[in-house]
Design a binder for this molecule. Structure first.
Ligand code: MG
Length: 231
């Protein structure tokens, strides 16, 4: 008897290597804009800081996602003291992300195993619709998922319980006992699953120290441990 029948999976940094793609994408944008290697390095570090600050403000509800996209590269250019058009950087960067097909080592065999074992696999991601669809298609991961839910298309994002309400409404066989949320994001995946009242499994590949809240039902550091946790 399987503990769960429905597995809702986060994608970025749970199955797809978003960080790896982000680093490569930024380097390409900076190179295309004519930054030399020293400036590229500096720009990368500054961007990471600025982007993190903006996403933190977004998660607190202080700014919109659009504001992040419209301001991060302009802020970067100001901080570097370089003249340029931030929106052109943003456009190029988005192109890069749309063609980012990196997957985490072992993710494909892992998904194949779960599908073969009879689990219902559902993707539940916060992200840009076009970017996520293209990545699922190009990695071939779309063939493993019965359904794909993207916040952009739903009008609601994790950790809002409304994100899960929509998924459950479309899957009458799903119950809070036979479904688990699996992901690397504490503020999105673990908090979201907790808010809705389903079990959560925190995928902690980077061995980050666990905070006091939110508390996942289980924590795993490898796909192998995740399979053990599910059975
Ligand atoms: Mg993630």
């Amino acid at each position: 008897m399987m503990r769960y029948q429905y597995l809702i999976f986060d994608l970025d940094d749970t199955l797809l290597d978003f960080k790896g793609g982000e680093i490569a994408g930024l380097k390409n944008v900076f190179a295309k804009q004519g930054f030399d290697t020293v400036l590229q390095e500096k720009a990368f570090n500054e961007y990471t800081r600025i982007n993190w600050e903006l996403w933190s403000a977004f998660e607190k509800g202080e700014i919109s996602k659009q504001t992040i996209h419209q301001t991060r590269f302009d802020k970067l250019l100001v901080s570097l003291g370089v003249a340029g058009d931030g929106s052109a950087f943003e456009r190029q960067y988005r192109e890069e992300l749309n063609h980012n097909y990196r997957i985490i080592d072992g993710a494909e065999a892992f998904l194949a195993h779960l599908k073969q074992s009879g689990y219902h696999l559902i993707a539940g991601t916060n992200g840009e619709a076009q970017t996520q669809h293209l990545r699922l298609e190009h990695t071939g991961f779309d063939s493993y998922f019965e359904q794909v839910y993207i916040s952009d298309e739903m009008g609601v994002a994790k950790p809002d319980p409304g994100f899960y309400t929509q998924i459950f409404n479309e899957n009458p066989e799903m119950t809070k006992n036979n479904t688990v949320m699996i992901g690397d994001g504490l503020a999105s995946d673990i908090q979201g699953g907790t808010n809705f009242g389903i079990d959560t499994i925190w995928v902690n590949f980077t061995q980050t120290p666990a905070p006091e809240t939110p508390q996942p039902t289980a924590t795993v550091q490898t796909y192998k441990e995740l399979i053990q946790q599910l059975s």
